[in-house]
Ligand binder design. Structure first.
Ligand SMILES: Nc1ncnc2c1ncn2[C@@H]1O[C@H](COP(=O)(O)OP(=O)(O)O)[C@@H](O)[C@H]1O
Ligand SMILES: [Mg+2]
Length: 268
């Protein structure tokens, strides 16, 4: 394993360059993430957070700069080529799972992700089914009794928890979470966050987690970065992160963005 799991070296990404709609999303961004490190990412709307994850996962190709995953330059690799190394969970609970397939069929699909198509067998192997049941029971959402239920019938929180389980199943080199609890009610969001913590720590997954919830950004993870206009405006870890409060973070945020948080969707 490389000393750094993820390295961004001077990444710049401009959308629709040379047009009136030109948008600078990332500007000469440098970021190193150590193996097993969990980084929480905050920042206002349009700061470049999602674009950062898109560049890392190969959805967007930067104009300049390089992206290294576990020491390997993946800058020119397409999204599907990076898929086996990267797990991703989006805000929308509908995005990560196939609604017409059952819970265990979704898990079986996740298990063969990145493998050759020839290895696909319809149906779920008995041994896999037992392992899935155990993993589902670990979520504490009662999903282990609903292995044969179509995912479309589950609640948003159950779907996000399942998506998380699927994303972690192959022990990806990198787990990317983009406001994955934002669409859930507060109680469910908290449950999914606790589940996130247990999965990330159990498998020591290197994780980038975007959240608009400053409290979560401080409570979880080893390190916190704040983005502003395509750059990293604040990068704290260890004691500095432990000493940080929501109030101080808000003050920094308002200072950086020059705007009041009330106008933004950042919440306490
Ligand atoms: N596909 C796209 N085409 C054009 N502009 C985009 C696209 N995606 C994002 N942007 C712009 O890039 C900037 C950063 O967006 P984004 O990374 O989504 O911000 P965040 O996730 O922090 O809210 C914003 O100004 C946004 O409008
Ligand atoms: Mg976003």
């Amino acid at each position: 394993m490389a000393e750094k799991m993820l390295e961004l070296k001077g990444v710049t990404l401009v959308f629709q360059p040379g047009t009136v709609n030109e948008k600078l999303a990332l500007f000469e961004l440098f970021l190193d993430v150590a193996p097993g490190e969990w980084v929480t990412v905050i920042g206002g709307n349009g700061a470049g957070k999602t674009t950062l994850l898109n560049v890392v996962s190969g959805v967007c190709l930067p104009q300049s700069g390089r992206v290294l995953l576990d020491g390997e330059d993946v800058t020119a690799k397409k999204e599907y080529q990076r898929a086996k190394d990267i797990g991703r969970v989006f805000q929308d609970p509908l995005m990560g799972t196939a609604p017409n397939m059952t819970v265990e069929e979704n898990l079986a699909m996740a298990k063969i992700r990145g493998e050759k198509r020839s290895s696909f067998r319809t149906g779920v192997k008995r041994a896999d089914s037992a392992a899935f049941e155990e993993a589902l029971a670990g979520l504490g959402l009662g999903l282990e009794t609903r292995k044969k239920t179509a995912v479309g019938a589950l609640s948003g929180g159950q779907r996000q928890a399942l998506t998380l389980l699927m994303a972690a199943l192959k022990r990806p080199k990198l787990l990317l979470l983009d406001e994955h609890t934002a669409a859930l009610d507060p109680r469910t969001a908290e449950k999914v966050m606790e589940e996130t913590e247990s999965i990330v720590r159990k498998h020591q997954l290197t994780t980038l987690m975007i959240t608009h919830n400053m409290r979560d950004a401080l409570r979880y993870g080893d390190r916190l970065i704040m983005m502003e206009r395509g750059r990293i405006a604040l990068d704290i870890s260890g004691e500095e992160k432990r000493q940080m409060t929501v109030e101080k973070l808000l003050a920094r945020f308002e200072q950086e963005s020059g705007s009041r948080v009330v106008n933004d969707k950042l919440v306490l």
